[in-house]
Design a protein around this ligand. Structure first.
Ligand code: C2O
Ligand code: CU
Ligand code: CU
Length: 491
């Protein structure tokens, strides 16, 4: 039995003994205990002592062409020690791409890693040969020229590498970044910008005593790698000095497996203004919001009631609804409550941007326009392999054929007692309904990734406008690497 099969069968074992895991995680889910435990067990670093790093921007208004080089680098994640990571530019966080709708994107990507890799522009609607399909991975020292025109609504997207079977380890090691598209419609809204617009890329990680990154350690990590150190923009448990006014936070969950239920201690509610595919029709006031791996939320938080010296903590309340699955018990479980970062009010502000009541219009796709309905089932098959429709991913097999220009309803059925974020390349979709009673405010917007709860069925509606071969997959990185992915051909 090779190592791979061995790991698979262990992760299968973990599922079959779920009853036991369920009890165990219930016990460790006590928020205070877990929260305290989390931040004490990490004795290599005092949380909230490093200031949030803000990624440099590559603004295509001033830059004609960008260059990325996937490489080994040393990054100052911690002040006192350089950590070996992978980067596109020599340091972390990787740069944020900022570009306007209808502008030309030009980037030359060189692979200086030993193994083949490829960049995927998550949420970007680009021709299939520019999408970063795993079959297009380029060899060591090869260069891929990305050239495409932006043709979509403003929104918060991201990029990451996508090699077959190694996406998890590469993103974990550093190969991801933010990608912002702007347009005229959004500009007119005068949303908080400049210093009042902050990108927050949330990623949980594991470090050893020497501050080296650790990836998989046990067979249970094939269920999803969870870490005890939450980094924001590659800064572990950071703080950020701010003014007492409105901030727009563009949040990406760039983790391997963890879903966060984000809320602010010290601020009762905030406005959700956008989802994966751009702005909502109107702001939705929420107390907390779930963000699964690969999802983005665009929120406006108002710190106006705070005084100088006050602190507001961004935390996760834990994703208890999906904690009944075995994960590596050495790290905070899916249900763990954790403090992520602190905002410190250090200056008063006279600014008071008004948040518009109406943001945009979203034309609803109609069920009656759907040509076809397709069911995709998330399943674990013998040997403990994570699959879609019982077929482990094969890069060269076409699993679904879709008519170009047509609208379809996809019925995503989760047959597993664990939530999975389901992602489709090359499209934005809308959510029709879901069988669980849980309320997802993000369901109201354009999406490219949707969290399907344990044993839940979610129906989505989608129009396919770009021809070619694309993938859809679970975005828990250890699941997509271990076969929970499929090819569809739009023709
Ligand atoms: Cu973030 Cu295949 O995608
Ligand atoms: Cu994608
Ligand atoms: Cu999954």
């Amino acid at each position: 039995m090779n190592r791979r099969t061995f790991l698979y069968s262990c992760s299968f074992a973990a599922t079959t003994i779920m009853g036991g895991c369920e009890k165990q995680s219930d016990k460790s889910d006590s928020p205070t205990q877990k929260s305290g435990e989390t931040q004490k067990s990490n004795d290599i670093y005092e949380p909230f002592t490093q200031e949030l790093k803000i990624p440099k921007e590559i603004d295509f208004e001033n830059v004609a062409k960008a260059k990325f080089n996937a490489q080994k680098s040393l990054a100052a994640i911690y002040k006192d020690k350089k950590t070996e990571v992978l980067t596109f530019h020599g340091d972390l966080p990787n740069p944020t791409i900022r570009i306007k709708n209808k502008d030309d994107f030009e980037l030359d990507f060189t692979n200086s890693l030993e193994k083949p890799t490829i960049i995927h522009w998550h949420g970007l609607l680009v021709p299939q040969e520019m999408d970063g399909h795993p079959k297009d991975a380029i060899a060591n020292q090869a260069t891929m020229e990305y050239r495409y025109k932006i043709n979509q609504r403003a929104g918060t997207f991201w990029y990451h590498t996508h090699p077959h079977g190694r996406t998890g380890e590469e993103i974990y090691s550093g190969l991801s970044g933010l990608y912002i598209v702007e347009d005229e419609n959004e500009k007119k809204l005068n949303l908080p910008s400049g210093e009042f617009e902050l990108p927050l890329i949330i990623q949980d990680r594991r470090f050893d005593k020497e501050k080296n990154l650790i990836y998989k350690q046990t067979a249970q990590d094939n269920n999803g790698v969870l870490g005890d150190v939450v980094m924001v923009n590659s800064t572990p448990f950071p703080y950020k000095n701010i003014k007492n006014t409105k901030y727009r936070l563009r949040i990406l969950n760039g983790s391997s497996a963890r879903t966060y239920k984000l809320s602010f201690e010290g601020i009762e509610n905030f406005a959700l203004i956008g989802t994966d595919g751009g702005l909502l029709e109107e702001p939705i006031i929420v107390k907390d919001v779930l963000i699964a791996v690969a999802e983005r939320i665009d929120i406006v938080v108002d710190f106006k009631d705070k005084k100088i010296g006050d602190t507001v903590t961004l935390k996760t309340l834990g994703f208890k609804e999906a904690s009944n699955f075995g994960a590596n018990s050495a790290y905070p479980s899916f249900g763990a409550q954790m403090d992520i970062m602190k905002f410190k009010i250090t200056e008063l502000s006279s600014e008071s941007a008004v948040l518009p009541a109406k943001l945009t219009t979203i034309a609803r796709l109609k069920e009656s326009d759907a040509l076809k309905s397709r069911t995709i089932t998330m399943e674990i098959i013998e040997g403990g392999v994570w699959t879609l429709n019982k077929k482990p991913y094969d890069m060269d097999r076409v699993d679904d054929r879709v008519k170009l220009g047509s609208t379809e309803i996809w019925v995503i059925k989760n047959a597993i007692h664990m939530a999975h974020p389901f992602h489709i390349h090359g499209v934005h979709f809308q959510i029709l309904d879901r069988t669980s009673k849980m309320d997802f405010p993000t369901d109201k917007g354009w999406k490219d990734t949707v969290l399907v709860m344990p044993i839940e069925t979610v129906r989505i509606i989608v129009t396919f406008t770009i021809p070619g071969l694309f993938v859809y997959h679970c975005h828990i990185l250890e699941h997509e690497d271990h076969a929970m992915m499929a090819n569809f051909l739009v023709e």
